[in-house]
Design a protein around this ligand. Structure first.
Ligand SMILES: NC(=O)C1=CN([C@@H]2O[C@H](COP(=O)(O)OP(=O)(O)OC[C@H]3O[C@@H](n4cnc5c(N)ncnc54)[C@H](OP(=O)(O)O)[C@@H]3O)[C@@H](O)[C@H]2O)[C@@H](O)CC1
Ligand SMILES: [K+]
Length: 603
């Protein structure tokens, strides 16, 4: 799934309208319908979780909708669906594989599924097999108990909301329009939608002019500001956002939550806190980056008639890291098939340069993770003083002591590490390494002289941050795996600046420095030197624990040793690490109990 900026979105809009000749009003109609369908789906979920019973089969009886269920009153506030046990993997929560749900509507309206001939009873289904189906996704049993406010801005986002209002009204839901600006100020397609809603007799108020109680409704459609907004919401927009958030009502945002920066995920003050965001046509970068990802709630990407191919043709650089992207674009064998004739030599050999006396566990974690990731062999080069302490801890591991009688690394070990690396498939450097006299020159030699892919983590990243390593030469790919603090040091900016636009920063850094950058954190970004980025959505908040990064280094190295190329190993490694973290968290009574070693055991 492609992930776009607001500017890219505008270009695709223009292309669809001008080159393909699809009228803008048609796109807006589709957007309105998609939003309405998601509102109805939310009403259904809310009713069933409030004990309204199954609204699916049986809710339609001979074509007459029953109204007994669905009286709202127990607002969900934030839509619970898709958030499991505090694990807020909202996008893609539908499957373990991280596939983004493109729509969940249409299956539970209680109307016959004419395409399959099965499912809920329809209008007049009988023994002859004759079936007439209705528009299930726009049908709501118990709609009479619902009253939604549609907050409309004066741009096209407002137009989308006004189109949705008509569909909601058709479904039997009471709707009131709340204009943030004088209705006369709407133009173009939004003005057409305003007039259509008025012609249908949908009641409307103007904020600031008419009396309004936002808490007196059962839900709110946020169609105030979309990709055309600039800066913090002003005036009536700001007041409506604040009032909507304070109302405690479920909020469905059109395209993006109003007040969100669609590109960076920054939330302005105020920013709408949506239960559901119905993202139109293409996933926006800001919906994946925190805090925007949190403000967006459950994200549903809905097609509105713009061809998906526009993103490819338009050179969109960012994709969600789904199983489809891993297989189709990155050519990763998700099944990780192994040859029946395979032996330890078939699956490669990792050399790990890591660990010091106070941080020997980091080396152990990386080494064990590499083995669990499926490589054939791991050799851990470590300061000799550590040997008696770690010997036997991981019997599968080979240990290669190098000079370091005090348990710290020494610059003079570079030649020995180079010798060891000659017969290994990749090298991972950094976990628990510490800093030492001459470490810059030590790392430069390994960087320039090792003959295979390299993973750089932890203190090895800090060495890089202090060096002008762009002048170093390198024939093989390098993967850097910084957390935001390490990234800040590498880029010479603050951690807050790193987090301000993780995707943008990762892309520019990877291209400028010719490295594969794995910027860790919630929704890890993997950026390549060619300017492609992948956003991972596997993982669990419980993974914020010491050693989880060392495990990732091990996994990526283990995959490199097995012959995956650097892009594949970085992306697939991050993906597997997140999945293992999710599994490990599920095994604990509470995810806070998760430790890095648990992630390895869940691989
Ligand atoms: N074919 C199409 O066109 C399609 C469009 N689509 C939909 O359109 C959306 C983009 O629409 P858009 O470009 O009209 O911008 P939009 O987000 O409605 O806001 C602009 C208005 O807000 C105002 N404003 C700006 N900043 C502000 C602030 N801080 N505080 C207060 N006001 C502020 C600004 O007023 P101004 O400052 O110019 O006076 C202007 O009037 C997109 O997200 C999607 O929903 C899709 O359905 C696909 C098809
Ligand atoms: K919005």
């Amino acid at each position: 799934m492609d992930v776009v900026t607001a500017e890219e979105m505008r270009a695709f809009d223009r292309d669809t309208i001008e080159r393909l000749g699809i009228p803008a009003i048609a796109l807006m109609e589709n957007a309105g319908r998609a939003i309405a369908e998601e509102v109805i789906a939310l009403c259904r979920r809310r009713a069933s979780s409030a004990g309204g019973g199954a609204w699916g089969a049986g809710a339609v009886d001979g074509g007459v909708r029953r109204n007994e269920a669905g009286v709202p009153g127990s607002d969900v506030g934030r839509d619970g669906a898709g958030v499991v046990g505090g694990n807020a993997r909202r996008v893609g929560a539908g499957t373990a594989g991280g596939v983004v749900r493109c729509s969940e509507t249409g299956a539970t309206g209680g109307v016959a599924d004419a395409s399959s001939g099965r499912g809920a009873p329809g209008f007049g289904a009988d023994a002859t097999g004759f079936t007439v189906s209705g528009d299930a996704a726009l049908t709501l049993a118990g709609a009479g108990g619902e009253h939604w406010l549609v907050l409309a801005g004066k741009g096209n986002n407002g137009g989308d909301g006004l189109a949705a209002a008509r569909h909601l009204r058709e479904a039997g839901i009471a709707v009131t329009l709340v204009y943030a600006a004088a209705p006369e100020s709407l133009a173009g397609e939004a003005a057409l939608q305003r007039d259509a809603a008025a012609a249908m007799g949908i009641p409307a108020v103007v904020y600031g002019k008419d009396a309004l109680d936002l808490a007196a409704c059962s839900g709110i459609v946020d169609a105030l500001l979309g990709t055309g907004s600039a800066g913090a919401p002003r005036g009536a927009y700001a007041e409506l956002i604040a009032a909507a958030n304070a109302s405690g009502r479920a909020i469905v945002s059109a395209d993006i939550p109003s007040g969100l920066d669609a590109d960076t995920g920054e939330t302005h003050e105020p920013c709408m806190h949506a239960s559901v965001t119905v993202c139109l046509a293409f996933l926006k970068r800001g919906l994946l980056q925190y805090p925007g990802a949190e403000a967006a709630g459950r994200v549903v990407v809905r097609s509105i008639g713009m061809p998906a191919a526009l993103a490819r043709e338009g050179g969109v650089k960012v994709s969600l890291l789904t199983p489809e992207v891993l297989t189709a674009r990155l050519k990763v064998d998700l099944a990780r098939r192994r040859s029946p004739e395979g032996h330890k030599g078939t699956y490669g050999h990792v050399l790990l340069a890591a660990g010091s006396l106070r941080m020997s566990g980091a080396g152990l974690l990386s080494a064990r993770a590499a083995l669990r990731a499926g490589c054939g062999l791991v050799t851990w080069a470590l300061p000799e003083k550590l040997l008696p302490y770690v010997i036997g801890s991981v019997p599968e591991l080979m240990l290669a002591p190098v000079a370091g009688g005090d348990g710290e690394w020494k610059a003079g070990t570079a030649a020995e590490v180079l010798r060891l690396s000659a017969s290994r498939d990749c090298i991972a450097i950094g976990p628990g390494l510490g800093r030492f006299e001459g470490d810059t020159e030590w790392l430069r030699r390994l960087w320039e002289e090792t003959d295979g892919p390299m993973v750089i983590d932890a203190d090895a990243l800090n060495i890089l941050a202090d060096a002008d390593y762009r002048s170093w030469s390198r024939r093989h790919p390098v993967i850097l795996t910084p957390h935001p603090g390490e990234m800040a040091r590498l880029a010479g900016i603050s951690t807050a600046e790193v987090q301000r636009d993780r995707i943008g920063l990762a892309l520019s850094y990877a291209v400028e420095h010719g490295v594969i950058l794995v910027l860790k954190g919630a929704h890890t970004v993997i950026a390549t030197p060619e300017g492609q980025a992948y956003i991972n959505i596997t993982g669990h908040p419980g993974m914020g624990t010491g050693g989880a990064g060392d495990v990732l280094t091990g996994i990526i190295s283990g995959l490199l040793a097995q012959g995956l190329d650097a892009d594949q190993a970085a992306a697939f490694g991050v993906y597997l690490h997140g999945l293992a973290g999710e599994r490990a968290a599920r095994k604990r009574d509470h995810p806070a109990a998760l430790m890095a070693g648990d992630i390895i055991e869940a691989l």
